[in-house]
Design a binder for this molecule. Structure first.
Ligand SMILES: Cc1ncc(C[n+]2csc(CCOP(=O)(O)OP(=O)(O)O)c2C)c(N)n1
Ligand SMILES: [Mg+2]
Length: 720
C-alpha cells in the first residue's frame, strides 16, 4: 500500500469544512454543543485512541459537498483514492480496448452534439486510452459533490465504465472523488454504509452487481430501511443490446442469465425511492433526487440501477447547482397541538415519554433532559434501543425495555416520540384512560401493514422542534408554570431520584459475577464500561442480551450507542466498521482523531455478519474495532419466542439441541474465523472466568488502540 498521507487537511479544506460543521451544529447534528454529554457526559473529549499502525491517518481528509464540480478544495497532498481502487481495474482497460474503441463511434453519435470532450473517432487501436466523460464518471462526480465520500463496492460485469471512472477519478480528481472500499460481500458493504450514516447522518454509496448483488444486500436493506439510514445503492443492469450497437453491448454469457424483468423490484419495498437511470444526460439530477429521498424524513435507502450502455454513454461534462438539492425539512407541531401536549404533561400525575429512535438527532437527548427537568416526575423510557435517546445518569431514566415496563401501565399521560413499538399489547399496555400523544417523523408507519396505538392525537413533526416547543410553552406560560411548581412537584422529583438510585443498585447487583466464577453479559459490559475510553462508540447486536448490555453500559453520550436498525441479523460486523470509518474520517477533517469502537454481538449473529468479509476489510483498510462475542452456545432468541407462545409446550421442556438452536457440540472458533480472514492479523482470546476477564479485555483494548482488530470470545451465563 503506498499512500500519500497528510495529517492535517489543507487550510482551504478546513475552512470550508468548518463552515459545514457550523451549519450542521445549527441543525443539531452529532457535533452539536447542545448535546447532553458536553455538559453532563462521561468526558466526551477524553479520546485515548492513538494513531493506527497504518501510519498517521489512513483516511484522506477533504471537504465534499461544498460546491459544484468546479470547486477546488486544495487537493495538494491529499491521499490518492486510487490506492483503494481494485487492481484489476487498471488492467482491464487495455485488454478490452479493441471492442469499445469501435463502439465509441456509434456511442459518440448519441452523446450531446455540443460535447466539449467528444471521444476520438478513430478506430485504430492506440496505446493511449481515449479521454472519456461517461455517465459513470458523472455519477461519481455527483456523489462527491453531494457529500458522499465513500463507496462500498462489489464489482462485476456491469461495471466496466464504473471501473474506468474510478481509475480516472483517482488519477484526475485526487481528494475530490469518493474513496472506494472493496467489499467481498454486499451485506457487509451496505452495513458499513449504514453504520457510517447512522453515526453522521451523511449518506454513503454502495455499488453492487446486477440482480445477484442486489439480492446479496439481503437483510442489510431491511436494516437500513427500519433504521432510517440514508444509503444510496447503485446496481448495473445487464446490457439491453446484443450486437454491439452501443458501447457496453453484451459481451458475456452471463448477460443473458442476469437479465431480469424488473431488477429494482427486488428491493423497492424497502426503499424511499427506486429508479432506473435511462440516460446519462441527467444522471446528476437523478443521483441528487435519490439522495433527496434518502435524506428526507423518514430517511432510508434508495436504489438506482442503470444498464451498461447507459453507464457507458459519453456525455458533455456538466455541473448542477448543488445548493438547490437540499432534502425536505420537517417542521414542528401546530401551535394548538404544542399547547395541548404541554397542558396534558403539566396536569399529569404520572407523565411518561416513550421513545425509540429520537436520539438519531444528537440534540434530542439534551432536549428531553430539559423537558424532564421542567416537568418534575416525568420519566423517559426507550422501547427501541436503536440510539442513545436519554442519558442513564438522569433520574428520569427508565432505560431500555422492549415494550414491556410497569411505567407504561401506570402512566396517565404518555408522549410517544419517534418510536416504532411503544408497547407490545399482548404483554403490556397503557391504562384505558391514559392520554397518549404521538409525535413522529412517520406516525402512520407507512411501511407496516399493521400498526395502531390509541392516541388522542398524532403529528408528523421533527422530534427536536416538537420537544423544544412543548418545553418552551411549559416554561413561558404562567398558568402552566404555576402547575409545575410547588412542594408536591419537588416531592415527585425526589421520589424519582430515589427510584433511579435504587434502579442503579439493582443493576449493579445483577452485574456481579456468579458464585462459580462465571459471568453474565451484565458483568462483562460493566467491566467494558470501566476499561474502555469514556467516549467509546458501541455498535450493538446482542439480541436476547441487549437489555443487560444497555443496563450495564448506561450510555450517556449522544450517538454513543447504535443498535442494528432492524431485525436482519448480521448488521454489526459491517456496521461497526462503518462507524469506525466515519468517526476517523470526520475527526480527521477537523484535525482530530476518531473514537474507540466496540461491537457487542451474539455468537449466532457473529456468524450472520459474514465475518470472512468483515475482518478482511478491517485489515485491508486498517479499520480496527474491538469485537465482543457473547458466547451462549447458539441462539437463545427462538427459545424465548417459543415460550411466549407455548410456555408449557413440548419445547419448553426440551433441550436446546432438541429444539435445534444449539451450536454444541461443534462450537465455532469465532476468533479463528476472523483471524483467517485477516491473514492472521487479529488479536483473539477466549475467556470464561470473571477472574481472567479484566486482563483479556485490557489486552484486547490495547491491541485495538495500537491498530489491530480484536475478537474476544466471551462465554456468558444466561439471563444476567
Ligand atoms: C437474517 C435473520 N435470520 C434469522 C433471524 C431469526 N433470529 C432472530 S434472533 C436469532 C438468534 C440470534 O442468536 P445470537 O446472536 O446468538 O443471540 P441470542 O439469541 O443467543 O441472544 C435468530 C436466528 C433473524 N432475525 N435475522
Ligand atoms: Mg447466542
Amino acid at each position: 500500500m503506498s499512500l500519500l498521507l497528510r495529517t492535517t487537511p489543507p487550510r482551504a479544506t478546513l475552512a470550508i469544512y468548518r463552515a459545514v460543521q457550523a451549519a450542521a451544529r445549527r441543525k443539531g447534528s452529532c457535533w452539536s454543543p447542545r448535546s447532553y454529554s458536553s455538559s453532563g457526559g462521561r468526558g466526551a473529549d477524553n479520546n485515548t485512541l492513538p494513531g493506527h499502525r497504518g501510519g498517521p491517518g489512513y483516511f484522506y481528509p477533504a471537504a465534499p459537498g461544498t460546491g459544484g464540480s468546479n470547486t477546488i478544495l486544495g487537493s495538494a497532498g491529499l491521499i490518492s483514492a486510487h490506492d483503494d481502487a481494485p487492481r484489476h481495474a487498471q488492467d482491464s482497460g487495455s485488454r478490452t480496448s479493441n471492442l469499445p474503441q469501435r463502439r465509441q463511434l456509434t456511442t459518440s453519435a448519441i452523446s450531446r452534439p455540443h460535447s466539449t470532450r467528444s471521444i476520438s473517432t478513430t478506430t485504430t487501436a492506440t496505446t493511449t486510452p481515449p479521454e472519456m466523460y461517461t455517465t459513470s464518471f458523472a455519477f461519481f462526480e455527483a456523489l462527491w459533490d453531494a457529500g458522499v465520500t465513500h463507496c462500498f463496492v462489489n464489482l462485476g460485469s456491469d461495471h466496466p465504465s464504473i471501473i474506468e471512472a474510478m481509475v480516472k477519478g483517482a488519477r484526475e480528481k485526487k481528494g475530490q472523488f469518493p474513496r472506494i472500499i472493496t467489499c467481498p460481500n454486499e451485506m457487509v458493504a451496505m452495513s458499513m454504509a449504514d453504520g457510517y450514516a447512522r453515526l453522521t447522518n451523511k449518506p454513503q454509496a454502495v455499488i453492487v452487481h446486477v440482480d445477484v448483488g442486489t439480492q446479496g444486500l439481503g437483510a442489510a436493506m431491511h436494516n437500513s430501511s427500519s433504521g432510517r439510514a440514508p444509503v444510496l445503492v447503485f446496481a448495473g443492469l445487464s446490457p439491453f443490446t446484443l450486437e454491439g450497437e452501443l458501447r457496453g453491448s453484451r459481451t458475456e454469457y452471463i448477460h443473458w442469465i442476469q437479465d431480469v424483468p424488473d431488477q429494482k423490484q427486488i428491493v423497492a419495498q424497502y426503499c424511499r425511492y427506486a429508479a432506473e437511470l435511462k440516460t446519462g444526460a441527467n444522471v446528476k439530477q437523478m443521483v441528487n433526487r435519490a439522495l433527496q429521498f434518502a435524506r428526507s424524513a423518514p430517511q432510508g435507502p434508495v436504489y438506482l440501477c442503470g444498464a451498461r450502455e447507459v453507464m457507458e454513454m459519453d456525455i458533455a461534462p456538466y455541473t448542477i447547482r448543488q445548493e438547490m438539492w437540499k432534502p425536505v425539512e420537517l417542521g414542528g407541531l401546530p401551535t394548538g397541538a404544542a399547547q395541548d401536549i404541554a397542558a396534558a404533561l403539566a396536569g399529569a400525575k404520572a407523565p411518561l415519554v416513550i421513545t425509540g429512535y429520537a436520539g438519531r438527532n444528537h440534540a434530542v437527548p439534551g432536549a428531553l433532559v430539559e423537558l424532564a427537568d421542567t416537568v418534575k416526575g416525568l420519566r423517559v423510557l426507550d422501547t427501541g434501543g436503536s440510539e442513545m435517546c436519554f442519558p442513564a445518569d438522569h433520574p428520569a431514566w427508565l432505560g431500555l425495555r422492549f415494550g414491556n415496563e410497569e411505567a407504561i401501565r401506570s402512566a396517565d399521560v404518555i408522549l410517544v416520540v419517534d418510536c416504532d413499538v411503544p408497547w407490545v399489547q399482548t404483554l403490556c399496555k397503557p391504562r384505558a384512560d391514559a392520554k397518549v400523544y404521538h409525535v413522529d417523523v412517520d406516525p402512520l408507519k407507512q411501511m407496516m401493514p399493521v400498526f395502531y396505538i390509541d392516541a388522542v392525537a398524532r403529528y408528523r413533526a421533527d422530534a427536536l422542534t416538537a420537544i423544544e416547543q412543548v418545553t418552551g410553552l411549559l416554561k413561558a406560560d404562567e398558568e402552566l408554570k404555576a402547575q409545575l411548581g410547588g412542594e408536591e412537584r419537588d416531592a415527585r422529583r425526589t421520589a424519582l431520584e430515589v427510584a433511579h438510585k435504587r434502579k442503579l443498585e439493582l443493576i449493579a447487583a445483577r452485574c456481579e459475577p456468579l458464585d462459580d466464577g462465571a459471568f453474565g453479559t451484565g458483568h462483562l459490559c460493566a467491566r467494558l464500561r470501566e476499561l474502555c475510553p469514556d467516549d467509546t462508540l458501541w455498535a450493538i447486536e446482542a439480541v436476547t442480551n441487549t437489555v443487560f448490555v444497555h443496563d450495564a453500559l448506561q450510555p450517556t453520550m449522544p450517538g454513543s450507542w447504535i443498535n442494528c436498525g432492524g431485525g436482519g441479523l448480521g448488521w454489526s460486523g459491517g456496521g461497526a466498521l462503518g462507524i469506525k470509518l466515519a468517526t476517523e474520517y470526520e475527526a480527521q477533517l477537523a484535525g482530530g482523531k476518531g473514537k474507540f469502537v466496540v461491537q457487542i454481538v451474539g455468537d449466532g449473529t457473529f456468524l450472520f455478519s459474514v465475518p470472512g468479509s468483515v475482518y478482511w476489510i478491517a485489515r485491508r483498510y486498517n479499520i480496527p474495532v474491538l469485537t465482543i462475542v457473547l458466547n451462549n452456545k447458539g441462539w437463545n432468541a427462538p427459545r424465548r419466542s417459543l415460550e411466549l407462545v407455548h410456555p408449557d409446550g413440548l419445547g419448553s421442556k426440551a433441550t436446546n439441541e432438541e429444539i435445534n438452536i444449539s451450536f454444541a457440540p461443534v462450537l465455532p472458533d469465532y476468533g479463528g474465523i476472523a483471524k483467517a480472514a485477516a491473514g492472521g492479523d487479529v488479536f483473539v482470546a477466549k475467556v470464561d472466568k470473571a477472574a481472567d476477564l479484566d486482563e483479556v479485555l485490557r489486552r484486547g483494548i490495547e491491541a485495538v488502540q495500537s491498530g489491530q482488530s480484536a475478537v474476544l470470545d466471551c462465554k456468558v451465563a444466561m439471563n444476567c
